[in-house]
Design a protein around this ligand. Structure first.
Ligand code: RAM
Length: 859
């Protein structure tokens, strides 16, 4: 029997905000039967009242289907089922739910604080005896809003839904209880083109009689500090935060009450005195308004909220998993002096502290990734991000409208028990789908560092770094890391939503900005750069490969062609010499420079060839031919301009050879000489790399592909500078931005740009899946439908275990030494087939478990 599981609607589990008319329903398969083969499937959708749609029995082993029934009704709960039949005729069914989003916003408006300072409370009050002195930046921040509205219901509801969002960040409450556990809601999108809303089931929170709907609202990305543009620090989208909420109560008689944000709400500042993503949060419970989120609170002294915008604007249902607290860490070490306590959490992480009460004095918490030579907190690399919280509180508490990237926290100003402090880890709460564990603790640490880098840099948006005044959606960073990230976790929904922002940001001339969401305050990054702008082609391709998502290719095909045309029209001879935007090159390489026209032209060839493959997948044969021809011309121009007679590429850097080989830029007969030169260059340095953001992703895969996996492993296990191992031996628990972020001789690299949590150089994670664990797929397979399990066996490893929750089901691999043999075990889900390879031995693999053995001497 084949069992469907992991039911998804538009790549999310049980979403409540589906606003597409034809959501995609998908499922994975599992079975205990070897060779289990699905032969048909059938999907049904029903609402409480009606059976709505029955796909009928469909032949085949597909695990996804678009809804194609009568129009879905907004704000309705649906149950859907999928039934799968195997070859023996056995059937198995699974069931899940989804709800449709809101399309009628009448009566609901954006509300916020009355900007006039003549109301009952001066919103910008600053207490003269405040325990915390405002800084140049914090002096202009206003306290987050506390907004509330009481209402009465004659009877307990049969169904109640709260839909909520903010221009800013919101924490909603009903009758004193926090609604849901989303953090940083509604996440960061290009708010000018889309603002996500969330819907919560609040049936159990609404009671008969008096009820209170309340919310705290902070500035967030909307009006707080974003990035580092010194001409435009804050107020990128608006000047003050706003709330939009809609509560729908269905009663037993079929009646429906709708109430939302309007002028009947009241507002008052409370214990959060200021809050900003980059600066930090100040909590002072002497300003507490106890009980304000619940019933029986007298808000007559509060002033009316102001309607700030009657137009709901570009609202969309939340597309991806929300940010949540996904982990909590306790201190691993504490260093106390008379003036301060430094807590070490043992892990560079992203989040904020959960603090014990400090009723009498304000506790000041500073955050840093490293300690300096004197054992003090190192914060120079945060640039203008103050990353400082202040808390005077009668109860244990934590900030909610800020986050920090840190391993160490320095406490001062109040005496609290540091062992009671916890670090709450924030991340987009996606499913972690992949893992590799090995017999090498060192390699496991590297894998862990890559994973922690992803956790901290996928907080609603895929960012470069989470700590300094940057935290932007740099396109190249995600472009190079996505092949790793999409195996580690299911990022399909998140990256698709991010790509929507990328398309919105594309300029009319086709150029693609360097950071997405595009910063509305600056045009600094609008001019697409090689490897950065190419994300418009390469990220969709990665999503297709990882998840079999053809729709993303369809949606992105037009925009990606506009980008390629933009480059091609300005560089008709194929060499990308003109209009390279900020032209970063092989960013942060060491000791070797790759000429920027080489990087640019190589990327242009690669992106154009990839677009040709995309066209082929989409059945756009003519476009595919045209793009193929173009790619061939660019390659020919590359060879002509940059390939020397003696197997040299212009620049003679590792990255120059890697791009030429990995992207098939040179004719086949010239590749052996190029590869020999690459190997030579690496070996001459004693198996050391020089690659930057772009070259590094190609290093181990290219060495393996052309026959030197041993050298790839040498680089992987290298401990001397520059290497991943060097950072680990110097205490790294995440991937550093730069190979030389810290060295024994030079100390810290320039504080101008020195993040210790940047995932880009962690792109080797993809190779660890494919070639260390053997979790890979055939070149023309997508969504791991046809696997190619061919791990490279290396003497430094005794065993390796791999797991991937692929879209169709779970794949596991294991190889282990047993005496003079290597034993490879591959387990596949129903419907998945492929090849396993051990040395010269190939075996067909299919659903269930296959074991392959070879002598160590043969592999
Ligand atoms: C840095 C970012 C990012 C990189 C750009 C070019 O500021 O941190 O990693 O893509 O520069």
């Amino acid at each position: 029997m084949i069992e469907p599981y992991r039911l998804r609607v538009d790549a999310r589990a049980e979403p409540r905000e589906v606003d597409a008319p034809d959501p995609e329903l998908s499922w994975a398969l599992r079975s205990d039967d070897r060779g289990a083969t699905p032969v048909s499937y059938r999907v049904t959708v029903r609402s409480a009242a009606d059976a709505l749609w029955d796909s009928g029995i469909r032949e085949g082993d597909s695990t996804r289907l678009r809804y194609d029934g009568p129009p879905l009704i907004p704000e309705t709960s649906y149950v859907w089922t999928v039934e799968v039949e195997d070859r023996q005729g056995a059937r198995s069914r699974a069931e899940s739910t989804f709800e449709t989003g809101v399309c009628d916003w009448s009566g609901v408006v954006w509300i916020g604080r009355d900007p006039e300072p003549n109301g009952a409370i001066d919103a910008t009050d600053r207490d003269s005896d405040a325990p915390v002195r405002p800084t140049l930046r914090t002096k202009d921040l206003s306290p987050p809003l506390q907004l509330r509205r009481a209402f009465a219901t004659p009877a307990a509801p049969v169904r109640a839904r709260l839909t909520v969002t903010a221009r800013g960040l919101v924490v909603p409450y009903i009758n004193g209880a926090r609604v849901g556990d989303d953090e940083l809601l509604p996440g960061w999108t290009d708010y000018r083109t889309r603002i996500q809303y969330r819907t919560f089931d609040v049936t159990d929170l609404v009671h008969t009689g008096e009820n209170v709907l309340a919310a705290e609202v902070g500035e967030g990305w909307w009006s707080g500090f974003v990035g580092f543009d010194h001409r435009h620090h804050a107020h990128h989208y608006g000047t003050a935060p706003q709330l939009l909420a809609r509560l729908v109560i269905d009663d037993t008689d079929g009646g429906r009450t709708v109430l939302g944000t309007d002028e009947s709400w009241r507002e008052h500042a409370g214990r959060r005195r200021w809050a900003d993503l980059l600066i930090g949060e100040y909590i002072d419970s002497t300003h507490e308004t106890p009980g304000w989120t619940g019933r029986g609170f007298d808000d007559s002294g509060w002033r009316p909220a102001q309607v700030l915008d009657a137009d709901p604007g570009p609202l969309i249902g939340q597309r991806d998993e929300p940010v949540r607290v996904v982990d909590e860490l306790a201190p691993v070490a504490v260093d106390r002096t008379a003036s301060r306590t430094i807590i070490d959490f043992g892990q560079n992480l992203v989040g904020r502290l959960r603090l014990p009460a400090s009723p009498d004095h304000a506790l000041t918490v500073r955050h840093g990734e490293m300690l300096d030579a004197d054992g003090e907190l190192y914060t120079d690399n945060l640039r203008s991000a103050e990353a400082t919280d202040h808390v005077r509180s009668t109860t244990p508490t934590e900030p909610v409208f800020t986050f920090h990237g840190f391993r160490y926290a320095e406490l001062s100003g109040a005496d609290v028990d540091p062992t009671q402090v916890r670090a709450a880890v924030l991340s987009s709460d996606v499913e972690w789908t992949g893992e590799v564990t090995t017999s090498s603790p060192f390699l496991n640490r590297l894998i862990g560092n890559i994973r922690w880098g992803q956790l901290g840099n996928v907080v609603s948006v895929p960012t470069d770094c989470p700590q300094r005044d940057e935290r932007l959606g740099w396109t190249a960073d995600v472009q190079v890391f996505a092949p790793t990230a999409t195996l580690n976790a299911d990022l399909q929904a998140l990256l698709r939503r991010w790509l929507d922002d990328l398309v919105s940001a594309q300029l009319p001339n086709g150029s693609v900005p360097d950071v997405i969401p595009r910063s509305p305050g600056t045009t600094l990054f609008d001019y697409g750069a090689p490897g950065w702008g190419d994300a418009i082609v390469l990220v969709p391709w990665t999503l297709y490969r990882a998840y079999g998502d053809v729709d993303v290719l369809r949606a992105m095909f037009g925009p990606m062609r506009r980008w390629l045309d933009y480059v091609a029209e300005r560089n008709p001879d194929g060499l990308w010499r003109s209009r390279r935007g900020n032209d970063y090159g092989d960013w942060l390489s060491v000791d070797e420079h790759t000429p920027k026209e080489v990087v640019a032209t190589a990327y242009h060839a690669h992106a154009t060839a990839t677009a040709a493959r995309i066209a082929e997948v989409l059945g756009e044969h003519e476009a595919a031919r045209e793009l193929d021809t173009r790619a061939a011309l660019i390659r020919a121009a590359f060879v002509e301009a940059f390939l020397g007679e003696k197997g040299r590429v212009h620049g003679d850097s590792q990255t120059a050879y890697l791009m030429t080989l990995a992207w098939d830029l040179a004719p086949e007969d010239r590749r052996p000489a190029l590869f020999a030169r690459l190997v030579d260059k690496i070996e001459q340095r004693g198996a050391r790399l020089t690659t930057g953001f772009h070259g590094v992703a190609l290093l181990c895969p290219t060495l393996t592909r052309f026959g030197r996996p041993d050298l790839a492993y040498d680089l992987l296990f290298q401990r001397e500078f520059p290497s991943w191992g060097f950072s680990i031996d110097n205490g790294a628990t995440t991937i550093w931005e730069r190979w030389d972020g810290w060295t024994p001789d030079g100390g810290f690299q320039t504080p101008e740009m020195n993040s210790f949590n940047h995932y880009s150089l962690g792109s080797v994670g993809q190779w660890i899946y494919s070639d260390v664990a053997g979790i890979a797929q055939a070149d023309d397979s997508a969504g791991f439908r046809r696997v190619l399990v061919a791990p490279s066996i290396d003497p430094r490893l005794e065993w390796v275990n791999g797991r991937l929750q692929a879209p169709h089901g779970e794949i596991t691999t294991r190889w282990v030494r047993e005496g003079d043999e290597i034993v490879l075990t591959v387990t596949l889900p129903p419907g998945t087939t492929g090849t396993a390879r051990l040395g010269a031995r190939d075996a067909e693999v299919r659903a269930g478990t296959t074991v392959l053995r070879a002598l160590v001497t043969e592999v």
